[in-house]
Design a protein around this ligand. Structure first.
Ligand code: FAD
Length: 369
């Protein structure tokens, strides 16, 4: 006779990097059976409703020096990414380790915590881009979001997880009925719900957090296997910050915008040209070697190597990431709901650290720690 599962059922809302990482951490703690309900999953067509696909992305903490909670989350995630990017790890191809050059416009302007990065050093003045007053260099871990999200998705399914497509209107739907509501099955109330809805937290019933807003990021991906470095000009001008992020497959991501409360979901052509023009002026080595052999490269030289241009809406939250719990009652059923959303521009680099904190909190409210 089949043994009844003694595991607690947990429903996670959201299948971005935060939902997947939190779900996997729960599975790996043991004692939980995890189902994700999400409108959009990693295998779906990319859309502005799914920010994770569009991240740059690299692990370069921007946590304020006195924000210890954020620093801890970022450091813990860096440890996980470093081991995942080791040769031979199943996730190795999601990552690449390259030299990173960070240019600042104020002395000592860089965030504390970066000194512990591998191969950390202060850059020589001669290495700085125009106007920068100091710079640091280290070995950074960059990731390829679509490839990494596929890896997480697979790891979650292989550990027995279930991913159900569904658009949750109110968290009470999940408290009362679990994922079954979205599968046309009789209700199965979960032991707890975890909300990892990203920008969706602004409109999801029962959450409706109006301090969450979009910070729109437009980027361009080029195929430029000759450019094996990352660099950032750490100054925001006209809601633009210039950067280069390499990926394992020879692509590079050129950024980008930080448009506050801008919800336009598609790339703007004039912005694309501006992003490429600024990056090319700072780092001409992103252009194909033939285009810079005996002349200065132009933006037109970059168009043939464009792989993709896109837009992601960063889920900014005024008070930073929300990791809190509250009990929710729905038609006589009561369950704890843990919130893990509002990761802004740093969802990947804090993903494991924030999952650890959210799961610790969940176990505390469930009394299972
Ligand atoms: C251009 C750009 C560059 C970036 N670069 C970096 C970087 O270098 N490093 C870094 O760490 N971060 C970076 N980020 C930020 C990072 O992408 C985000 O912080 C992260 O993706 C947020 O993940 P999330 O899982 O919270 O949200 P999402 O990926 O948006 O996932 C939200 C999930 O919730 C689901 N959902 C929402 N509402 C509902 C609902 N009502 N019912 C059912 N499902 C729902 C969605 O369908 C989706 O599955 C960048 C972002 C952008 C746009």
């Amino acid at each position: 006779m089949a043994q009844m599962s003694q595991k607690r059922q947990i429903t996670v809302i959201g299948a971005g990097v935060i939902g997947l990482t939190t779900a996997i951490h729960l599975q790996e703690k043991g004692g939980y059976e995890v189902t994700i309900v999400a409108e959009i999953c990693p295998s779906d067509h990319p859309s502005a409703h799914y920010t994770s696909h569009w991240a740059g992305g690299h692990h370069c903490t921007a946590a304020e020096s006195d924000d210890m909670r954020q620093r801890v989350m970022d450091e813990r995630t860096h440890q996980v990414f470093w081991s995942m990017s080791e040769p031979g790890h199943p996730a190795e191809k999601c990552f690449v380790r390259t030299p990173q050059y960070e240019h600042y416009f104020e002395e000592e302007g860089y965030p504390r915590g970066l000194e512990t990065m591998h191969d950390f050093r202060y850059m020589e003045k001669s290495e700085l881009i125009p106007g920068a007053v100091c710079g640091i260099s280290f070995t950074a871990i960059s990731f390829d979001p679509p490839v990494y999200l596929d890896y997480l998705h697979k790891r979650f399914l292989e550990a027995g997880g279930k991913l159900v497509h569904g658009s949750v209107q109110h968290i009470k739907q999940v408290v009362e009925g679990g994922s079954a509501v979205f599968e046309g099955r009789p209700p199965e109330p979960p032991a707890a719900v975890v909300v990892c809805a990203g920008l969706g937290a602004r409109s999801l019933g029962g959450v409706e957090d109006k301090t969450v807003t979009s910070v729109r990021g437009q980027t361009v991906v080029l195929h430029a296997p000759w450019a094996r470095f990352g660099a950032t000009r750490r100054r925001i001008e006209n809601e633009t910050i210039s950067y280069v992020i390499p990926r394992h497959n020879g692509n590079i991501v050129i950024g980008g915008t930080l448009n506050v409360d801008d919800w336009y979901p598609l790339p703007r052509e004039e912005t694309k040209r501006a992003i490429l023009g600024k990056a090319l002026a700072l780092w001409p080595e992103i252009a194909p070697p033939h285009a810079r052999k005996d002349r200065s490269p132009t933006v037109a030289d970059l168009y043939p190597i464009i792989v993709e241009d896109g837009v992601g809406l960063r889920p900014h939250r005024d008070d930073g990431i929300r990791i809190e719990a509250e009990w929710v009652e729905a038609n006589g059923v009561t369950a704890p709901v843990v919130f893990n959303y509002g990761h802004g521009a740093y969802g990947f680099e804090s993903s494991w650290g924030s999952a650890y904190m959210a799961v610790d909190l969940l176990e505390k409210v469930l009394g299972t720690n």
